[in-house]
Write a protein that binds this ligand. Structure first.
Ligand SMILES: Nc1ncnc2c1ncn2[C@@H]1O[C@H](COP(=O)(O)OP(=O)(O)OP(=O)(O)O)[C@@H](O)[C@H]1O
Ligand SMILES: [Mg+2]
Length: 311
């Protein structure tokens, strides 16, 4: 591979075994500088394992990992300085205040005179009021925001967020995304794992799907969405729908009262023809709409799995 210094993250042939379990199975991917990349996959797929390996917290059995061209083992300090990680698990030191936590982290990376940036982080993450509180006095969502500030305190060009919005309320989630979008706009490379697939669909340019330790898709969001079965046809009738023609039975997604939802195969269906056949059953159609597949639909089709979201 030439020009690896161009990539923000390089993962080449990485495998990791926990006993009998192959948690990462020959994973390769490259994320360019400035990308907003979504790493998706059901529970236990290997996302956090890959992130721990990138952060140098976990030794892999084989393969290479680089951050901004620096090998995460051989050039650990260099690689680590270029990376901010927001871990999935909340681990905090309960005896520090919020500001002290950030100052301490800053010191760890040898960044001096960082108060201005710390002020800005506190402000952007709505933590200014809480800066003198002890970490143990914070709610779960607040702790998660401190983890984000902590990941950013040394201004790393690459930011990896492992389910940063788990347990964060809607309003804060939106303000967090505004901030992360801004960082992306300023040139940061962002890697995000989330079980909220609408979030990934809105934010990410390119998506990797990992399932049982293997990358099963790696492409632009548009291409991935285009891989879906197609779209759905939503029909509302003037009366309760009793019968659906036999040839459409197996593509019923939902049939409820006056509404019928059918899978629409993009490349071979004619909507007009379907509507004609429905009308032939003396259905009086009042309203018709077409809904495109969401990332969630494609994800479920590809992994044979729900989002695994626990709420
Ligand atoms: N330290 C460990 N020892 C043994 N097995 C582990 C260890 N860490 C992870 N695993 C296993 O490796 C697999 C991948 O776990 P990982 O945490 O990477 O999944 P994930 O994709 O992050 O899932 P989630 O969406 O639930 O966070 C799981 O089967 C998990 O049980
Ligand atoms: Mg995880």
């Amino acid at each position: 591979m030439n020009n690896t210094s161009e990539a923000a993250i390089t993962v080449a042939g990485v495998s990791k075994r926990f006993g009998d379990l192959l948690a990462l199975d020959n994973v390769s991917l490259s994320i360019s500088q400035g990308e907003f990349f979504g790493l998706l996959g059901p529970n236990g797929a290997g996302k956090s394992t890959l992130i721990s390996a990138l952060a140098g917290l976990l030794r892999v059995d084989s393969g290479e990992l680089q951050i901004m061209g620096a090998d995460v083992r051989r050039e650990y300090r260099h690689a680590r300085r270029n990376l901010g990680v927001v871990p999935q698990e909340i681990v905090i030191d309960p005896f520090f205040t919020v500001r002290q936590t950030l100052q301490f982290q800053s010191g760890y990376f040898g960044v001096k005179n960082n108060e201005q940036w710390i002020d800005e982080l506190l402000e952007q993450l709505n933590l200014t009021d809480k800066q003198d509180n002890n970490m143990r006095q914070l709610s779960g969502g607040m702790k998660r925001r401190v983890l984000i500030a902590q990941a950013l305190v040394h201004k790393p060009p690459v930011l990896v967020l492992d389910e940063p919005t788990a347990g964060v309320d809607v309003e804060l989630r939106q303000s967090m995304w505004r901030f992360i979008r801004r960082l992306h706009g300023e040139g940061h490379t962002i890697v995000l794992t989330t079980h909220y697939l609408e979030e990934a669909e809105q934010l990410c340019d390119r998506i990797g799907i990992i399932n049982q330790g293997k990358i099963i898709a790696l492409e632009s969001k548009q291409d991935l969405l285009a891989r879906g079965l197609g779209s759905k046809l939503l029909v509302r009738a003037a009366h309760t729908i009793e019968t659906v023609p036999l040839e459409y039975q197996e593509r019923i997604v939902r049939q409820q009262g006056r509404e019928l939802e059918l899978v629409l195969y993009r490349d071979r269906d004619s909507i007009m023809e379907i509507l004609d056949r429905l009308r032939a059953t003396s259905m009086q159609i009042e309203h018709v709409s077409v809904v495109n597949d969401s990332l969630e639909d494609v994800f479920v089709q590809m992994t044979g799995n729900g989002t695994g979201e626990v709420s």
